[in-house]
Write a protein that binds this ligand. Structure first.
Ligand code: NAD
Length: 170
């Protein structure tokens, strides 16, 4: 038990993220959710703004009754991968360990001498931001891949239409 760090792009937040978040809430007192690639928005790989991602994650946390146990911190990317954990550390409150299923994130924090815990992925074929964005472009159903509260927010933000317009732009 302590304070753990959980990094993600959340483009968008899906059922895989929810599974991981619930696991962390079971194991840790407090969680810092780092919204990575915070500088990016309105692109096909990062359609949502950081502000929108914060709103979405807060809705999920309200449902889980965990708003008071989670600190959300946006962190922009930098070019130097090895220096990135230092960048994250500069932006967030102190933490004890990092949870991730992303090999690069695990490697970089490990190299920095920070305890890392590997997260298992569930239904990675479908619970994946990229897959959801692809489904939207193909006109396939995707609402079942995200929590209901997230879907509601994404409709409010015009997520589907945004992705289709971004695809037309490029
Ligand atoms: P993501 O949204 O894909 O995943 C976030 C977390 O959720 C990961 O730990 C992942 O394992 C977990 N997850 C995803 N799908 C899951 C599933 N189906 N089941 C269970 N868990 C699942 O985000 P990400 O790509 O891991 O985010 C890393 C962020 O760190 C990015 O924004 C990246 O740019 C940033 N980063 C930056 C630098 C740099 O600036 N040099 C270096 C490394 C990473």
């Amino acid at each position: 038990m302590g304070r753990a760090l959980f990094v993600g792009r959340f483009q968008p937040f899906h059922n895989g993220h929810l599974y991981a978040l619930k696991k962390l809430l079971e194991r840790e007192e407090e969680i810092i959710i780092v919204i990575g690639s915070a500088q990016d928005s309105y692109s096909l790989t990062n359609p949502l703004t950081t502000g929108e991602r914060i709103e979405i994650i807060r809705e999920v946390l309200k449902e889980l009754n965990a708003l008071d146990r989670v600190i959300i911190v946006p962190v922009p990317d930098i070019y130097e991968n090895m220096a990135w954990p230092g960048r994250v550390i500069e932006y967030v409150p102190r933490f004890d360990r990092v949870y991730s299923g992303n090999e690069l994130v695990l490697m970089l924090f490990e190299r920095f001498g920070i305890e890392v815990i590997r997260l298992e992925h569930i239904n990675r074929g479908e619970y994946q931001g990229k897959r959801i964005r692809e489904r939207i472009l193909k006109g396939e159903p995707w609402h079942h891949l995200v929590p209901k509260v997230v879907y509601k927010k994404l409709v409010e933000f015009g997520f589907e239409e945004r992705i289709k317009r971004l695809a037309r732009k490029s």
